[in-house]
Ligand binder design. Structure first.
Ligand SMILES: [Fe+2]
Length: 178
């Protein structure tokens, strides 16, 4: 059955294509997050192993929501590994075993790339394709990636402070003034 929700065919297809690009990146990020959940070693093992399990679960839920939004717009979500790789903007790192810090760094880079992409898609979806529903959906999705990026970025900042000892002194002096 055809769809009649106030979007032209061009607008609807434009939004479906955007959502499929977002879906492809989310899938690659899902795979990378799970792989690092498995591979990570070091003093932060338990923290990172658990954090990535939580991120994996959150990404699984958002992937389903993206794909189902494609169907709501009468499109079909990508669904093969080859298609995800073809449409994704983030890159895979095949066959290496990076340090925990490098894993976190790579995931920050990927989440930030997704955030930048989605920020542009929100504007395009709203202004060019006049689909406020998808713009709102993408805004929520961007916020989820912002939260995941913040958690990972904080880990890297903490590592840097820990090695310099600067953070401890700052916290002590601030704490004593309260
Ligand atoms: Fe697990």
């Amino acid at each position: 059955m055809s769809i009649n929700i106030g979007l032209s065919e061009k607008e609807r297809q434009g939004v479906v294509d955007i959502l499929n690009n977002v879906l492809a990146d989310a899938y690659l990020l899902l795979i990378k997050t799970k792989k690092y959940h498995w591979d990570v070693i070091g003093p932060q093992f338990r923290t990172l192993h658990q954090l990535w399990e939580e991120h994996y679960e959150a990404l699984t839920i958002s992937i389903d929501a993206i794909a189902e939004r494609v169907r709501m717009l009468n499109g079909y979500p990508l669904g093969t590994a080859a298609a995800f790789i073809k449409h994704a903007s983030i890159k895979e790192h095949s066959g290496d075993l990076p340090s925990a810090q490098e894993m976190v760094q790579r995931l920050v880079v990927d989440h930030e790339q997704v955030i930048r992409n989605v920020r542009g898609y929100i504007e395009q979806t709203s202004e060019e394709f006049k689909d406020e529903g998808t713009a709102d959906f993408l805004t929520g999705l961007m916020q989820e990636h912002e939260e995941m990026a913040w958690m990972l970025r904080s880990f890297l900042d903490g590592e840097a402070f820990e090695s310099s000892g600067k953070r401890d002194k700052e916290l002590v002096s601030k704490g004593s003034k309260r």
